[in-house]
Design a protein around this ligand. Structure first.
Ligand code: NIG
Ligand code: FE
Length: 391
């Protein structure tokens, strides 16, 4: 089954060889979707015959969003904590333990149902690829089922047993590290592609983080790091040194951190939903981009610090609050996220890439930031199939 999308007023391919600028923008374009992939990209007037023709009437077409950082396996609600924060209380990593208790008490079905609901909610705002972390179980059994549940709803599963030290190990950090790098890793590694560690105040220090990342890598997992969210620290340098795919948050950076990121393949993944929801200062995206670092945007969707599934919301924040241009923010939300997941098959509309396509009810991608809070999705295609996004 092949589909011709024609009458595209503005097409973002993310391939400079296919169009103008870093986004590879074409006007008056057409796209062929065949067998789940992009089959052809070109001028509307030269499109080949297809089984089905969909005219999008001059609308803008962009790749599906790649949300490379989310925590969707959890139970419970922390709206009271958010409410207290908005009355002046600061955000603390310790809040994670509230979700850990609720997650441990939930059934497998409840956890899977909630994760599925959130992935469906993501699709309603255009996310077609998502990474999901464990990290609210923090026992061998609860982390194992967390990565299993994540694998039921996405392809990019991350083991985050090193999220915080759970209360029962408060007096035995070394014992918890042995668990995370031993039996818990043994149980989780078969279900995961990545290992992550929260390297920050109130979570894990540099040496502990190094131990966790080394153990994960020895089991074949790629590295990711929650780095420099709550203060300056070693997370970013560690991520770069160990060739992590991404250093996530990057809110507090020294000049040396920026230089290290700029000179490495490690992607700086910025999560402005977290700064919004914790009323914190935003990371300086401009500084990273001007230095030459690769930047991704993601939601960090989780019940504590960023309970949004919306990439368009993050794009609007990045443009308004972090001085990214609309083009940089779209790039970071698509091919930037793909790069953070070391994936070449998503985040771009080039022949051979997955046919994950968004048709916007707008003439240009700039509207993603220009019309904040407005649902601009006219059509969503995933694996070449038209989706009926519903919560
Ligand atoms: O990415 N930073 C660590 N983990 C999450 C917060 C999780 C929580 O507060 O529940 C984050 O922001
Ligand atoms: Fe996170």
């Amino acid at each position: 089954m092949s589909t011709l999308l024609r009458g595209i007023g503005q097409l973002v391919t993310n391939d400079p060889a296919l169009g103008a600028g870093p986004l590879g923008v074409r006007t008056d374009a057409a796209l062929v979707l065949a067998d789940g992939s992009v089959g052809w990209v070109g001028a509307s007037g030269r499109a080949p015959d297809c089984d089905q023709v969909v005219d999008v009437d001059g609308r803008c077409v962009v790749p599906g969003f790649v949300d490379s950082h989310a925590h969707l396996v959890f139970a419970g609600d922390r709206s009271a904590e958010f409410d207290a924060r908005m009355s002046g209380r600061p955000y603390e990593a310790a809040g994670i333990r509230t979700t850990v208790s609720a997650t441990r008490a939930a059934s497998d079905e409840a956890l899977a149902g909630n994760a599925r609901r959130l992935v469906a909610e993501m699709l309603t705002s255009g996310t077609t690829t998502v990474e999901i972390k464990s990290g609210y179980g923090l026992t061998v059994a609860d982390e194992e089922r967390s990565v299993r549940v994540a694998g039921m709803v996405c392809d990019e599963v991350t083991y985050l047993g090193a999220h915080v030290v759970p209360p029962e190990y408060a007096d035995d950090r070394a014992g918890y590290l042995d668990l995370v790098t031993g039996p818990m890793l043994d149980a989780c590694a078969p279900h995961a592609r990545w290992v992550d560690v929260f390297c920050d105040a109130g979570a894990f220090d540099a040496e502990e983080s190094r131990t966790v990342l080394a153990a994960g890598a020895a089991r074949g997992l790629g590295r990711r790091v929650h780095a420099n969210q709550l203060g300056h620290g070693a997370g970013v340098q560690l991520a770069v040194e160990l060739d992590a795919a991404s250093a996530d948050h990057c809110t507090y950076l020294t000049d040396a951190d920026v230089t290290a990121l700029a000179g490495s393949p490690t992607v700086a993944t910025l999560l402005p939903g977290a700064e919004f929801s914790t009323r914190s200062r935003y990371p300086d995206a401009r500084r990273l981009l001007d230095a030459g670092a690769t930047v991704a945007l993601a939601t960090d969707c989780n019940p504590g610090s960023s309970y949004t599934t919306s990439m368009p919301f993050c794009i609007a924040l990045a443009v308004r609050e972090m001085r990214m241009t609309p083009a940089e923010a779209l790039w970071a939300s698509t091919v930037g996220g793909a790069t953070a997941l070391r994936r070449a098959d998503v985040g771009r509309l080039t022949p051979g890439a997955k046919a994950d396509v968004l048709v916007l009810d707008a003439p240009s991608f700039v509207h993603l930031a220009y019309r904040p809070g407005v649902d601009l999705l006219h059509q969503v295609w995933k694996d070449g199939e038209r989706q009926v996004p519903r919560r």
